[in-house]
Write a protein that binds this ligand. Structure first.
Ligand SMILES: [Zn+2]
Ligand SMILES: [Zn+2]
Length: 109
């Protein structure tokens, strides 16, 4: 009796993950207790905070722009995307470049 209900709840819970990729990500990592958002990678044992970032270490082939979620199959395509869409974002370091000191030499356009 109880088993049936539990199974149904589990199924609902899995659907709640909202996508096989997210589901796969959760399988790859163990959430560590403590509420610090730490996860241990089951593949290499590394403790990471951003499972999405670390996921790509093991499953390359899909490069996602962290700013607008555009996806590319090649890193250089993503780099090109960032160059045009987010000029100050460096996809290699995943950081924003320090704003170039804007002087008064405005380019006439
Ligand atoms: Zn790993
Ligand atoms: Zn983007």
């Amino acid at each position: 009796m109880f088993d049936k209900g539990t199974a149904k709840q589990e199924a609902l819970r899995y659907q709640g993950f909202g996508g096989s990729k997210t589901w796969h990500m959760r399988l790859t990592f163990d959430k560590l207790p403590g509420g610090c958002n730490l996860h241990r990678c089951k593949l290499c044992g590394k403790i990471v905070t951003h499972i999405r970032n670390h996921y790509h270490v093991h499953f390359p082939g899909r490069f996602e722009c962290p700013l607008c979620r555009a996806t590319y199959t090649r890193s250089d395509n993503l780099r090109t995307h960032c160059k045009f869409k987010h000029p100050r974002f460096n996809p290699d370091t995943r950081k924003f470049e320090a704003a170039p000191s804007i002087t008064n030499e405005t380019t006439t356009d």
